[in-house]
Design a protein around this ligand. Structure first.
Ligand code: ADP
Length: 585
């Protein structure tokens, strides 16, 4: 099945109300929505006829005995059937509209999320994003699709009232008397319940976080025998939810009986006034029965009014959270007419300054040049800015000062997709998807053949252990699959980068969990496979550093020494000092 593009998008004008900004989404599906509304209105018109037929049937066929009873019975049964069919279709179309809108919203939000720069994900918690992209979308969708439908349902009141007026004016007014009170109370109840239901939502979210942490961190919890403490935290969260639910129950049980019993009061009023009128000969028994049906028929729509207000409040809050994502521009984007060039791999950091979105200065006037095909090791204390180099080179962030050029092109002038294809980055804690090893390695080139995948795995030193797995390259790994060791995951990630065969490769502590002999083999395979590749290695191990032709020493976000390992060791006391603290023999 192919994916359809969203039909519309959210109006980018932030000055408009949330509803008006969302309107294009509704308009994109107006054919469906209008069909559903028209059908539900038709259903209501049919429904309103039934009590009237009941009235005529009782008066003519039962009381006066001037007409055939079966005629009315058949008519009412027929109309009920018709109404059933119409309601079925109306509901079907309404739900289709709702899910189409939800699909569009989901696609829009997700498409925006994947384009967001790294800085955004530094700031926003993933759990929060999950909730925004599920429950918030649902809340907005409900209001957009069901709101108009509830309004149409309320129209029944107008139609029914008109019909009642045409039958009997005073009795019509008596029958309608309790409706405004029901509407008013329905709204009142929702308003009273609303803050509590918010409280429940946020406390449930908090509980989910506690549970999530317990599951994710279960090894730590057990290692520190902290089960009791965790249970207490969970108990407290659960207790707060119980309290909020009890408040909710208290409010509801105060309002619901009143709301449920008001229609009965309406029935009594109709019987009282109608009864007196029948006795005095002003109206008929059939009219009392019909008006009783109307009283019962009318109260659901009035109660829905309260629901509509609640949906509206929830949707408006949810929409604000969704728009917050959509209104955050992606600052790392292609410039107009970006350059798309095959790169040789000459890298130049020129006076690069960079601060993370939270203000931490990571690079402070860094100069570094790599010749095409050169292998350079970056050494420095924790926090000296080593990892930041790779992130800037692949433009996960943009520099805040200076520039980074590849083959003389500022990376901001290169087409982003082409840049990222040509700069491969292997992090120290790589992420594997819940896919087979084959698919994980082929992630950057899904069309790769098994031979190519195996070839990359061989160079990354992964082929050996992969062949010993239960299903070899088809073994599913990651969250929902076979658990690999840290070193095995690193090797899969190196194979993933090699398969794309980028002219520039950044190994960010990418072999830290691989034992030294295997690492040596990987590096030999790497250098044999491609001599022209520019490689930047963030290294902690003397064995790794030894593989590089050149070593640069970083401190405080700049290069403070540059040379071969041997020359630095001999001439640069700060190099020896850093090695003594960070290097693993
Ligand atoms: P190294 O790799 O040398 O340990 P990094 O390049 O990871 O250093 O980090 C350089 C500085 O930037 C450190 O002070 C670190 O705390 C900070 N830093 C790294 N990543 C982030 C981030 N995502 N948000 C904010 N600060 C960060």
């Amino acid at each position: 099945m192919t994916r359809r593009a969203p039909r519309a998008s959210i109006d980018p004008d932030t000055g408009k109300s949330w509803l008006r900004r969302a309107l294009p989404l509704v308009k994109a599906h107006r054919a469906l929505l209008i069909t559903s509304l028209a059908l539900s209105f038709a259903g209501l018109v049919v429904q309103v006829q039934i009590p009237n037929l009941l009235r005529i049937g009782i008066d003519r066929a039962v009381v006066e005995r001037t007409a055939q009873l079966s005629t009315y019975v058949w008519w009412i049964a027929g109309l009920a059937l018709l109404q059933g069919v119409i309601n079925y279709l109306a509901r079907l179309y309404l739900l289709r509209t709702a899910y189409e809108i939800e699909y569009d919203l989901r696609t829009i939000v997700y498409a925006h999320l994947v384009r967001m720069p790294f800085g955004f994900f530094d700031r926003v918690q993933s759990g929060e994003l999950m909730s925004r992209s599920s429950s918030d979308i649902r809340a907005v969708q409900m209001y957009l699709a069901f709101g108009p439908s509830i309004l149409v349902q309320c129209l029944i009141a107008v139609v029914a009232f008109g019909l009642m007026l045409s039958i009997d004016v005073p009795l019509a007014i008596v029958a309608m008397a309790t409706m405004p009170v029901i509407g008013f109370l329905g709204v009142g109840m929702r308003k009273a319940v609303f803050p509590v239901s918010w409280l429940i939502q946020s406390r449930l979210a908090h509980l989910a976080t506690v549970v999530d942490e317990n599951i994710q961190g279960v090894r730590i919890v057990k290692a520190f025998a902290a089960e009791g403490r965790q249970l207490r935290t969970l108990g407290e969260a659960a207790d707060r939810i119980r309290w909020a639910y009890l408040q909710d129950a208290r409010i509801r049980s105060r309002w619901t009986p009143v709301l449920d019993n008001l229609p009965r009061l309406g029935l009594a009023l109709v019987l009282l006034v109608g009864g007196i009128m029948v006795i005095r000969g002003g109206t008929t028994v059939g009219t009392i029965v019909a008006f009783n049906s109307y009283v019962l028929m009318l109260q659901p729509p009035f109660r829905l009014l309260g629901m509509m207000i609640m949906l509206g409040q929830r949707a408006s809050a949810s929409a604000r959270r969704i728009y917050e994502i959509l209104d955050t521009p992606s600052d790392v984007v292609d410039r107009p007419a970006p350059i798309e060039a095959g790169l040789r791999g000459e890298v130049a950091f020129e006076g690069v300054r960079f601060a993370y979105p939270n203000g931490t200065v990571a690079l402070d006037g860094l100069d570094l040049r790599l010749r095409p095909g050169e292998t350079v090791a970056v050494v420095g204390a924790t926090g000296s800015g080593k990892s930041t180099l790779g992130r800037l080179l692949a433009r996960f962030y943009d520099v805040t000062g200076g520039r980074i050029a590849i083959d003389g092109h500022d990376v901001r002038d290169l087409r982003l997709s082409s840049l990222r294809e040509q700069v491969g980055i292997v992090p120290d804690e790589p992420f594997l998807f819940s896919l087979s090893i084959h698919d994980n390695i082929a992630y950057g080139r899904p069309a790769a053949t098994r031979d190519e995948v195996v070839d990359a795995a061989l160079a990354a030193g992964a082929d050996g252990f992969v062949r010993e797995l239960p299903q070899g390259y088809d073994t599913v790994v990651g969250e929902r699959g076979y658990t690999l060791s840290g070193g095995q995951r690193q090797r899969v990630a190196i194979a993933r980068a090699l398969l794309v065969n980028p002219p520039i490769l950044v190994l960010d502590d990418a072999t830290s969990a691989i034992d030294v002999t295997v690492e040596q083999r990987i590096h030999h395979a790497l250098s044999a496979r491609m001599t022209g590749r520019t490689t930047l290695i963030v290294a902690h191990r003397l064995s790794t550093i030894g593989l590089a032709e050149r070593v640069v020493l970083l401190a405080g976000g700049r290069v403070i020494a540059d040379g071969t390992h041997a020359s630095l060791l001999a001439t640069e006391p700060r190099y020896a000092a850093v090695l003594a603290t960070v290097a693993v023999p």
